[in-house]
Design a protein around this ligand. Structure first.
Ligand code: ADP
Length: 280
């Protein structure tokens, strides 16, 4: 036995004991203590804590939202779906009939390659070359989703909202990222930051930025109804605000920089100048 075996043994006996008793809080405490005592590598400790979080998180917390799903209508020609795959770098494309709320299958790049080898007619509609979609409710626990991904050997699920509409899409990569952080594969587009610091304490914020993320920059806004700053401003305005519209909140000016008919895309947030505050 080397010098580390004793401490490793003690961590394991503590961890295994806690798992048996199903005491997750105690397990979390044990991991944190082992971290502080230097018995665990900080990165390993943080991964173990993230595994525990899988039980608290729901699928809706980690899914790709409906509007970001790259998908195709059932009558789309195979060649156009191949274009989508090469343009966006996703190897699985959900296929819907009439609206995104009715996903009828998922087209797999590998299946299409095999198909094109035997029948190179790329004008056929994609609907005949899809697999059954695996549907999950948005409230499903991420831990259960991971177990189902592993037992069913399916790694992509369509997330359904309480009304049966499509809420989003989730893959096993999204689950693994909760544990080990962002994975960027060969086809991932470079990530853009949700919140970018400009000069003079100003921020450039994506409409998607979560209120919780803004808190880390000292901007405190709370809501039970919405999670994102775009949703927050839309809720206040009762509509999607136009570019240039301004809101005075939490000691800052929120100026809509870019928005379309459906959502706010970006916002500039700057501290209120004394004269602006006096004029409010
Ligand atoms: P892929 O490599 O085919 O994109 P991954 O499972 O590695 O598949 O997923 C990488 C990221 O891309 C994940 O965040 C996943 O949710 C997202 N993703 C996968 N397929 C799609 C799609 N058709 N539309 C939008 N996002 C997708």
């Amino acid at each position: 036995m080397d010098g580390n075996s004793d401490s490793t043994g003690s961590i394991w006996s503590r961890i295994v004991g806690f798992f048996h008793k199903n005491h997750e809080e105690l397990l979390e405490k044990a991991i944190k203590e082992a971290n502080e005592d230097g018995e665990l590598d900080p990165q390993e400790g943080s991964m173990l804590l993230s595994v525990l979080r899988l039980d608290e998180l729901q699928v809706q917390d980690i899914m790709i939202p409906r509007t970001d799903i790259v998908c195709a209508e059932a009558s789309t020609a195979i060649s156009d779906v191949v274009d989508l795959i090469t343009q966006h770098g996703h190897s699985r494309i959900p296929v819907f009939k009439e609206t995104r709320d009715n996903i009828v299958g998922v087209a797999y790049a590998k299946d299409l390659l095999a198909q094109l080898k035997t029948d190179p007619d790329v004008s056929r509609p994609i609907e005949n070359y899809v697999r059954e979609p695996y549907l999950v409710p948005e409230t499903k626990k991420v831990k259960e989703l991971l177990q189902e991904f592993l037992t069913r050997q399916i790694h992509l699920a369509i997330v359904i909202d309480e009304y049966g509409g499509t809420a989003g899409l989730v893959t096993i990569e999204d689950v693994i990222e909760v544990i080990i952080g962002d994975i960027e594969d060969e086809y991932d587009a470079p990530k853009t930051l949700d919140i970018e610091e400009l000069n003079d304490g100003a921020l450039r914020v994506s409409g998607r930025a979560e209120l919780e993320e803004l808190e880390e920059f000292g901007v405190e806004l709370e809501s039970d109804e919405v999670d994102t700053i775009g949703g927050y401003l839309c809720m206040l305005a009762g509509k999607v605000p136009l570019p240039g519209e301004e809101f005075y909140l939490a000691g800052r000016i929120f100026r809509v920089r870019d928005s379309d008919a459906k959502q706010i895309k970006s916002i500039d947030v700057s501290p209120v100048q004394p004269q602006a505050a006096a004029g409010e």
